[in-house]
Write a protein that binds this ligand. Structure first.
Ligand code: AMP
Ligand code: GLY
Length: 420
């Protein structure tokens, strides 16, 4: 097999996808759009934006790709998979009807209700006059407020501060017409990435992200500051419950529709003190940075796995995993997540220093006119290591990070703390 693939997106997740595809015997040629200064190492970067659906379909046709792997959620919510399939091009990433699982929290709640999947109870508010009565009735625990639109990680507020709650609810109702209010679920979070098509599904090893910007899970939420895999909080018993109570019912629910779900279903879990898993959110794509720590643990041809899922052939694959541990630490720009100082030189992140144990995934990186590596986003890069123990993967990643210099940058020093 010698397939050509187009990877859509330009973050650390897409770098990780390109790296995994580059070591896949089934993949001959990799194209990325828009990519970043890291993905260019594995193939050709193109300049079609991930939001330009018609442009992406045209590019796929021009390149005569065998399939397209979509990294971010927005183009899926905008119907990229539908348009590609109409053009006869297989797509790893679900069609618009299913992408609503991420695009609309209310849609996801209704799907979970229909499938009988455990999740927090919720109410929908659409009148600002109801806010005080609601907040009074539920004042014993933090309020969980969720906008019902794609909000790039800024759509959820969990707070015990009444003024903040009122403001966010009011703004959300004004802009979106309504807002979701969920019961607070106490517990520990984990991410389960499930590769799915109409023929079956494969659960990848569970991982854990670190969403807050500062050590000790303090500060504002980010896209994710680091992750490790596997996450021991998901014990074998909890893994089994997650499959029985969440993955199987969702697979049946999605399979009962006449449009197959092809891609990854990202199950964001909250595990309570009794070891019972609840769904906090669904995403319709690989997590970032979960992708960086999950793909390296797949013992096999990742290109074949993604191609199979794009073609309803998953059930014919046997997927095995390495008994290793992976840990990734994100390096962010000065100011992130509130803002990001961009355009600064990055030193020590060159591909030449990558080894099979430790490597850099680029995210917000670009080249200046002199071809020097510069920062171009909030999350700039991440350092990933794979080792026999989590401690070793942790140490390798932090050692490599010491060699990278970017003025004003910051990273968490406690990635993996819950497991170490
Ligand atoms: P979401 O985008 O729905 O995953 O929410 C973002 C973050 O808010 C999650 O990763 C959790 O840390 C937190 N969160 C969301 N829903 C709840 C809930 N019902 N109870 C407690 N924390 C939550
Ligand atoms: N790391 C969380 C996400 O990708 O949504």
């Amino acid at each position: 097999m010698s397939r050509t693939v187009l990877v859509v997106g330009g973050g650390g997740r897409e770098h990780a996808l390109c790296l995994a595809l580059s070591t896949s015997a089934s993949i001959d040629e990799i194209h990325t759009t828009p990519g970043n200064a890291g993905t260019e190492h594995y193939g050709t970067n193109h300049n079609v934006a991930a939001s330009d659906i018609a442009g992406l379909v045209n590019l796929s046709k021009q390149l005569d790709v065998d399939f397209v792997v979509v990294g971010p959620e927005a183009p899926l919510c905008d119907g990229l998979a539908d348009q590609l399939l109409e053009a006869g091009i297989p797509c790893f990433g679900p069609q618009q009807v299913h992408a609503e699982l991420e695009g609309s929290k209310l849609f996801a709640k209704k799907a979970m209700d229909a499938a009988g999947v455990p999740t927090a109870d919720y109410d929908v508010l659409d009148a600002t006059s109801d806010i005080d009565a609601y907040l009074d009735a539920r004042s014993k625990e933090p309020w969980v407020i969720k906008r019902d639109v794609l909000a790039g990680g800024k759509g959820v507020v969990v707070t015990a501060d009444r003024t903040e709650a009122v403001e966010f609810i009011q703004q959300s109702i004004e802009t979106d017409g309504h807002v979701l209010l969920e019961r607070f679920l106490p517990g520990e979070e984990a991410s389960m990435l499930v590769v799915m098509d109409s023929s079956g599904y494969v659960c990848l090893p569970p991982s854990q992200d670190h969403k807050r910007v500062f050590d000790g899970d303090k500060g504002p939420n980010t896209g994710g500051m680091g992750a490790y895999c596997p996450a021991p909080v998901v014990t074998e018993a909890i893994h089994r419950k997650t499959i029985e109570r969440i993955v199987e019912p969702m697979f049946s629910h999605l399979s009962s529709m006449n449009i197959p779900y092809r891609g990854v279903l990202y199950v964001g879990l909250m595990i309570d003190e009794n070891g019972d898993p609840y769904v906090v959110e669904f995403n319709v794509r690989f997590g970032d940075p979960e992708c960086q720590v999950t793909l390296p643990l797949i013992d096999g041809d990742v290109g074949e796995l993604l191609y199979a899922a794009s073609n309803d052939q998953l059930s014919s694959l046997n997927v095995a995993f390495h008994p290793h541990h992976a840990l990734t630490v994100v390096l962010a720009s000065e100011g992130y997540p509130q803002f990001a100082v961009k355009g600064r030189s990055i030193h020590g992140a060159g591909h030449g220093s990558d080894t099979s144990e430790t490597w850099v995934s680029h995210a917000g990186t670009a080249r200046d006119e002199e071809n020097n590596l510069v920062s171009s986003g909030g999350r700039v890069l991440s350092v990933t290591s794979v080792a026999e123990t989590l401690q070793k993967a942790h140490d390798l990643s932090y050692q490599r990070l010491q060699q990278i210099r970017l003025e004003g940058s910051h990273y968490r020093t406690d990635i993996g703390h819950r497991a170490l």
